[in-house]
Design a protein. Sequence first.
Length: 366
Amino acid sequence: MVATRSVPALPSSTESPTLLWALNTVPISSGIAPFDRIPFDGSFSQRLAETMIENQIQTIRVPNPFSEGRNRVYLIPSNPLTLIDTGTATERAFSALVDGLRDLGISIRDIGRIILTHKHIDHIGNAWRIQRESGAEILIHESEMHAVSDVDPDGQRYHELVRTRSADWNVSEDATAELDEFTGLKWNIESANPIGLRDGQLIDIGDGELEVIHTPGHTKGSICLRQGGLLFCGDHVLPDISPNIGGGDLRHQGLLTDYLVSLQHTAELSEEIKQVFPGHGDPFSHLQRRCLGLIAHHRQRLEQAVGILKREGTMSIYDMALALFGEMRGFHVILGCAEAHAHLDVLVDEGRARCDEGEYLLYRNC
């Protein structure tokens, strides 16, 4: 059952718009995510939950072919049993998830609900298989429902999008040719039936609630989930690495501005949060320090980009990526260019730079 609540917005600020944050308080209709849409007998799920340590969060680590390292999938001992994220759409990842659940005395068929923190393939990848076997509901931010309902298993649409962006970024012909090897990956995934979530929505988990917190940046529809003093944050805040901004949502611009706002918001929540459960890496408790460190990291990179433009003059996005990150190969060309693009967009938004036909340059007074 879905409860409705408006989450208070924080006071406004007169500082730079990239450092402001405000929580979107959209009234939630009780029909936005009808959790009783799929008939579900929760009695068996409840008995399983009662065999687990009360209120203990179970973690299953799932192999991931990308550089972030293994995914963490979280099992909430609720009624119905709830998974947060599902790992990559590969047989290896799915087998690891099945084995991890079996070690807890749980079958895929016992899962009644899946909540996805964002649309990336290493988080949504096995949701369709679980829904097919158990009838579990799949919940994801409403802006990213298409990533579940209209999948791209052969990577063709993604390949075409990367080709378009590479031209926009002025990527060299040699680097563009290398991308074909990395953008044509095939995934073991089929379309499924998701339900949309909104910021501030509450998800009933029996003896408590998960609050949906929209944290755009890593993707436009990235969410965190708060349960009391616990925060499940997907890839929004990671303990050891800075999440890439731009490369995971190539259809959208302004993601770094969104991300800085989201980090400010999350930092303000830190006094209430005792433990953070990320999508990669170990759980941690220093949420505010980590958020402020990520903000400082990106502000420093913005100043680095300004210094490069002062020295070099007019630059394409690809030129800026090379100046920031050095030689890039394969998929890192996408990540590096997208990150450079995100930072250049902030400089434009702040009135410090302009873009003329794909070339960026500083205003004279900067």
